[in-house]
Design a protein around this ligand. Sequence first.
Ligand code: AMP
Length: 195
Amino acid sequence: MLNIILSGAPGSGKGTQSGFIVEQYGVQHLSTGDVLRAEIKSGSELGKKIDAIISKGNLVPDDMMYGVIENYIAHLPKDCKGTIFDGYPRTVAQAESLTELLRKYNMDAIMIDLMVDEQLLIQRLIDRGKISGRADDNLNTIRHRIAVYHNQTEPITEYYLHEGTYFAVNGNHSMEDVFKQVKRIIDRELVARSK
Ligand code: AMP
């Protein structure tokens, strides 16, 4: 069992790398962004509240997110090979609660941080916006989301460094080259865990 927290700024390639990891290792993929977008699509009252937050590029409050993660972990299939947490945690409080929750189920996780230069992030998100139709993929919101990332999410780096489970990847390269780095980290970790 290997749980992977895939972190990085918006546009760092979390979704793309998650797809590669799922294909290679048969783990499950939990994208909190996808879960929230599904709630918006359902048209529920909660979805309307979430939509107002996401379209401005802000983070959904921690207490709304805890339920999503708790519900996911409580319903994991017994034969689960692990999960990629894509876009979670995004605050230190979320990181602390995830550690506690995983511990409750005798699990842990490593954190892989996709590091990408700001100019490239912006370019990728603008390009994605042309096809994604996502309300938050426009220049003003992109800039705000990157600022939110620096202020609220980046501090989790320190948290996982302290936990001794932090791995950084240079995400400025092609998606195939980035995956080679990701794979090296996961393979090394799997070998270490099999001993
Ligand atoms: P993503 O698809 O990961 O880029 O997420 C899109 C948006 O969903 C983010 O900009 C946030 O508004 C919201 N979101 C996703 N994951 C989280 C989280 N862990 N905590 C708070 N908000 C989140």
